[in-house]
Ligand binder design. Structure first.
Ligand code: NAP
Length: 234
């Protein structure tokens, strides 16, 4: 059963049904009321049930990019974490237009649409936006055009938003993880032909710990950009 503590600040975490988003929901759930984002109502309900104060935010974020049919948001939103994302695509030669479209829709267009919709509530709370970007948002190489391209675009969006919202008291953080031990990383390494080895990953909880740093920083400071990467490299 969802439970609500009205005295807690409110955080919406997208992609919280699993992986990094779930770990962020658990971490912020120690102090915040969490709107748990995801597409699958049962998976979202399981995360909600594990948190002291939470409710579901079930939506396919690309189903309606106008944002008009998304679930309602509260009047005040303290934290918005964009963790929903997809990894797909290969070389430019091998990647079809539908793949480019879908990756950019989830990783960029949906982030813009939800942020736009949430801005009045974020401004009302002098809140914080956190984008879970990637090391791929900083550098790109062969086969990285689609995913890294979307994360470069997300970084541009995030950098622009930081300056646009400064006068409104909304802070903006970009987190750039290296390989993280989640379903996405397992699928990627299978595609790359590697046998999966978590030695070369960090945990979702490590990424959540960096989000906690950004959330807890006093409002006269901002974690603008932060990279967190595995110590061991292949
Ligand atoms: P994951 O385990 O594959 O989980 C992806 C999450 O995104 C799921 O909750 C999924 O919901 C949600 N999602 C996907 N498409 C959606 C849509 N159309 N509408 C709503 N939600 C959608 O991925 P992850 O590893 O946790 O990745 C989280 C973020 O970290 C992503 O932005 C990713 O690019 C970034 N990142 C990951 C790594 C890594 O190595 N894993 C490294 C750097 C950055 P469902 O459960 O409904 O599918």
């Amino acid at each position: 059963m969802p439970s609500t503590d009205p005295d807690r600040p409110i955080a919406l975490v997208t992609g919280a049904s699993r992986g990094i988003g779930r770990a962020i929901a658990v971490e912020l759930g120690r102090t915040h009321h969490i709107l748990v984002g995801g597409r699958d109502a049962d998976a979202v309900a399981a995360v909600v049930a594990d948190l002291p104060s939470a409710e579901p935010y079930v939506a396919d974020l690309v189903a309606d990019l106008s944002g008009a049919s998304l679930p309602a948001l509260p009047d005040r939103l303290d934290v918005l974490v964009h963790s929903a994302g997809v990894e797909d695509g290969g070389t430019v030669e091998a990647t079809d237009a539908e793949t480019w479209q879908h990756v950019f829709e989830v990783n960029v267009f949906a982030v813009a649409a939800l942020t736009r919709r949430a801005l009045p509530a974020l401004r009302a709370a002098h809140g914080l936006v956190v984008s879970i970007n990637s090391g791929s948002g900083l550098t790109s190489g062969p086969g990285g055009g689609v995913y890294a391209g979307s994360k470069f675009a997300l970084r541009a969006l995030t950098d622009a938003l930081r300056e646009e919202e400064r006068p409104h008291g909304v802070r903006v953080t970009s987190i750039h993880p290296g390989r993280v031990d989640t379903d996405m990383q397992r699928a990627l390494q299978a595609r790359e032909g590697h046998e999966y080895d978590a030695t070369y990953t960090i945990t979702p909880e490590m990424v959540a710990a960096t989000v906690r740093v950004a959330v807890d920083l006093p409002p006269t400071g901002t974690v603008e950009s932060l990279s967190v990467r595995p110590f061991n490299r292949r």
